[in-house]
Design a protein around this ligand. Structure first.
Ligand SMILES: Cc1cc2nc3c(=O)[nH]c(=O)nc-3n(C[C@H](O)[C@H](O)[C@H](O)COP(=O)(O)O)c2cc1C
Length: 367
């Protein structure tokens, strides 16, 4: 198999050396099945666990370690600054303005979303320093080798993770974030551009990456935001990146197990059908356009609250939307790369195409 040999050599970067992966493709997902499959296919699966309890983190990491069989995988926490000390929902509730409550009640009435008294993903616990410390403690105690930090890299946590032998990867969306992450001691950076799904900043990937590469010096930079195919991987390497980090692509895999209604919305979406909205968390979160984002864009809508108050304002409501399958409001985070995917596939097929097409793109450039 001459082809396989070519694949292995042309995509072999410092990321492969440092982490022991065959190809420098990180697959971020909240689905453990996706993470395990990315790692099994030769990439590096990273589990988004910021909304998981400490117990779930312990169990999830143990399961991943078993599946990975020595291959590299990681975990990602979102550790924003300025969160409350404790997980005190009553205190949060007391600070929510009446106007905001009335707006959400209005949405309940309009779309017939039952108030079933149960929490959603965003409200199952309050984002707090206390919870972050407990999540972090489980990670330190586990054999997981890679810890990624989205939205901020607190220096004390970076130091502690490194002391426990973890490779720390910081997601950054602007040069100032990169400066902070480098000063904190991050081992690798993910330069994540505006196009990316979920929390994302103002600078496009193409404009961002070389700036971060220059700042990073010897610290490897991985490219995220809009990466969908092999040609993007070749471009990422040309920009000075040492690999890519992808999130949106995996939503289309069997391993992810996406609700069919939401998947149909994703399949139909083009790059202009996503929008950054503060309506979910208080920070700009790229997602597909739905009745949910339209309602919050409307002139009469209140300005979303700061994190974590917005989480608590809308968390139970969004949970009920999913539980009761309220179609107009069903949604997903997704990036502009959503345009490249229009059918159900699996992780290995995506990785195989990425590898094949990246190799072809690199050869084309080389000629
Ligand atoms: C559904 C979804 C959820 C995400 N959740 C997180 C998260 O919890 N933490 C994080 O650091 N990044 C999160 N991201 C961003 C990814 O880590 C990644 O940077 C991004 O998806 C890359 O751009 P792409 O969407 O164009 O592939 C999420 C992305 C998606 C699509």
């Amino acid at each position: 198999m001459q082809g396989a040999h070519v694949h292995a050599s042309s995509l072999h970067t410092t990321i492969c050396e440092r982490l022991g992966a065959r190809i420098p493709i990180f697959g971020f997902s909240h689905s453990l099945e996706v993470v395990a499959a990315v790692t099994a296919a030769g990439g590096i699966g990273v589990w988004g666990a910021t909304r998981s309890t400490p117990e779930e983190i312990r169990d999830g990491l143990a399961w991943l370690a078993e599946q990975a069989d020595g291959r590299p995988f990681g975990i990602d926490l979102v550790l924003p600054q300025g969160m409350p000390e404790t997980d005190d929902r009553a205190q949060m509730e007391a600070a929510i303005p009446e106007e905001h409550r009335a707006f959400v009640t209005g949405l309940r009435d309009k779309y017939g979303v039952p108030d079933d008294g149960l929490p959603g993903t965003r409200s199952r616990f309050v984002r707090s320093e206390e919870m972050a410390d407990r999540q972090f403690a489980e990670i330190l105690a586990s054999p997981v080798a890679i810890l990624a930090m989205g939205v901020g890299s607190p220096p004390a946590k970076v130091t502690e993770a490194k002391e426990h032998g973890k490779t720390v990867i910081s997601l950054v969306g602007a040069p100032k974030h990169a400066e902070r992450a480098l000063a904190a001691g991050a081992d690798m950076l993910v330069a994540q551009g505006y196009e990316a799904g979920a929390h994302t900043g103002d600078i496009g990937t193409f404009a961002l990456v070389p700036q971060i590469v220059r700042l990073a010096g010897d610290v490897p930079v991985v490219v995220a935001g809009g990466v969908a195919g092999g040609e993007h991987i070749a471009a990422a390497l040309a920009l000075g990146g040492a690999g890519v980090w992808m999130g949106t692509a995996w939503l289309f895999t069997r391993e992810h197990g996406m609700d069919p209604v939401v998947r149909a919305k994703l399949e139909a979406a083009g790059s202009a059908d996503t929008i950054r909205s503060r309506a979910d968390s208080g920070k700009t979160l790229r997602q597909i356009k739905t009745a949910w984002t339209e309602e919050w864009e409307a002139q009469a809508a209140p300005t979303p609250l700061k994190m974590p108050f917005q989480d608590i304002l809308v968390g139970d409501f969004l949970g009920a939307v999913e539980r009761h399958h309220v179609e107009p409001l069903l949604k997903s985070e997704a990036g502009q790369s959503v345009a490249y995917f229009d059918q159900l596939t699996d992780v290995r097929s995506i990785i195989n195409s990425l590898e094949r097409d990246a190799t072809a793109a690199l050869q084309r450039i080389d000629q």
